[in-house]
Design a protein around this ligand. Structure first.
Ligand SMILES: Cc1ncc(COP(=O)(O)O)c(C=O)c1O
Length: 421
């Protein structure tokens, strides 16, 4: 309240000042014109420009955006390789910071994308008929139960935009995928970020306890990014039945393909636990198409129909659709990616245990608690040409994407060196 009043006062002072200046500038210009003095056009433009600049400088930012948007910072992805090369003059760099695929995309997907380029002057099929049909067939669901997104990130945002109003409430974990809180704040909806338990596993009971009359959505990433931990099938099924039917549960399974624990759940097999369940998957991780931006959701047609109404008309490019269709069909490539990741996950986890507490992962990354501030360690690793990910709120941890065997060796050796010093 106080902040609003202060903002209003500053605002009115600023606008009086601006309009006085504008009036006096206009008067000067008019006087000069009246006396037939030659006013060079350049001077006139400069005067108008300075009024405009001053007006911009005086405009309080709070007027342009809500407090919750003003409080946000832009999404910080893993440091790009080119940026590190530029900043520190390095050339041999390993990036293990963005949970990208260690083996890259299927060659069939790349060929399909290349073939599609000649049609780049055409708009893509807005309804993504062939892509959605392929996904529907792959999962044994109907076409109408599938929705394509510009990455699964777009669908997360679309859920909030479509189903929520600012007087409603969304629940997710903490830590969890950082975009959840950004999306909630960006749409001015109320949110509860429920702390994970002592093992950094989502605390489902605590989440259920947070459900209120105005709770509309719960988002659960399983496995969780950045912890890699997962909620097992029995507990998840119970949770899905417990949550009131008025709530839409979004099960974010961005890393689903990497899960190999016997009790790791397949959200699509739990669809009969509740009606309002939307399962999100992506081509960005195991399928290696992060740069193409393709994700999808599977849920009841009723939900998909509503989401489709606000979806941008051509949200997945023609080239990306073709790449995703072929990536989905290349089972052998997926098998190779998952097999490499999961064997390296075991090896890397056991090696990392020399340096700190390793959280058991079902994803293509591993969280390790080094027991000392990780910001300096992160920075020293950059000097070694190894990019990993510090996690806001987890001051002694680092998140490490699982790479090829050679990349993982390089990480282990750099970490050994840094921690010795
Ligand atoms: C848990 C989780 N959900 C969703 C996403 C978004 O992925 P994309 O938009 O690339 O599909 C990510 C990306 O890192 C993630 O970790």
């Amino acid at each position: 309240m106080g902040a609003t009043l202060m903002g209003a006062r500053t605002n009115s002072t600023a606008s009086v000042w601006q309009s006085n200046l504008a009036v006096s500038t206009r008067r000067t210009v008019a006087r000069d014109l009246h006396s037939h003095a030659t006013v060079p056009v350049k001077c006139l433009c400069q005067a108008i420009d300075s009024v405009r600049q001053l007006r911009l400088a005086c405009a309080p930012m709070a007027q342009l955006v809500t407090d919750s948007i003003a409080g946000l910072a832009p999404y910080q992805g893993g440091k790009p390789i080119e940026e590190l090369a530029r900043e520190r003059g390095l050339s041999d760099i390993v990036k293990l910071a963005s949970n990208e695929s260690a083996l890259g995309p299927s060659p069939l997907a790349v060929e399909a994308a290349a073939r599609a380029l000649k049609n780049a002057h055409r708009y893509p099929d807005g309804a993504a008929f062939r892509l959605r049909s392929a996904i529907a067939e792959f999962h044994g669901v109907t076409f109408g139960e599938v929705l394509h997104g510009n990455g699964s990130n777009e669908l997360l945002e679309l859920v909030v935009r479509t189903f929520m109003t600012p007087d409603q409430h969304v629940i997710f974990g903490r830590p969890a995928f950082s975009m959840y809180s950004v999306i909630a704040a960006g749409h001015n909806v109320q949110f509860s970020a429920v702390p994970t338990d002592a093992n950094l596993v989502h605390d489902l009971d605590a989440m259920v306890a947070q459900v209120r009359d105005n709770t509309k959505v719960i988002i659960l990433d399983n496995p969780n990014n950045p912890t890699g931990t997962y909620v097992e099938k029995e507990r998840l099924a119970r949770f899905l039945r417990q949550v009131p039917e008025s709530v839409i549960v979004v099960l974010d399974e961005a890393y689903f393909e990497f899960g190999d624990a016997p009790d790791y759940p397949d959200g699509l097999a739990l669809r009969d636990c509740r009606e309002n369940l939307l399962v999100l998957r992506t081509f960005s991780k195991a399928y290696g198409l992060a740069g193409f931006r393709v994700g999808y959701g599977v849920g009841p047609e009723r939900l998909i129909n509503y989401l489709n109404r606000l979806r941008a008309p051509f949200n997945v490019s023609l080239i990306s659709q073709e790449a995703a269709i072929c990536a989905l069909a290349d089972h052998e490539h997926l098998r190779k990616v998952v097999s490499l990741n999961n064997s390296e996950r075991v090896r890397l986890s056991s090696e990392l245990a020399r340096f700190g507490r390793v959280f058991p992962s079902q994803a293509n990354f591993i969280l390790v608690d080094l027991g000392e501030p990780s910001a300096q360690i992160y920075d020293a690793l950059l000097d070694q040409g190894v990019i990993v990910r510090p996690i806001p709120g987890l001051a002694t941890h680092l998140r490490l994407t699982i790479g090829t065997a050679a990349e993982n060796d390089r990480l282990l050796s750099a970490l050994g060196k840094v921690l010795q010093n």
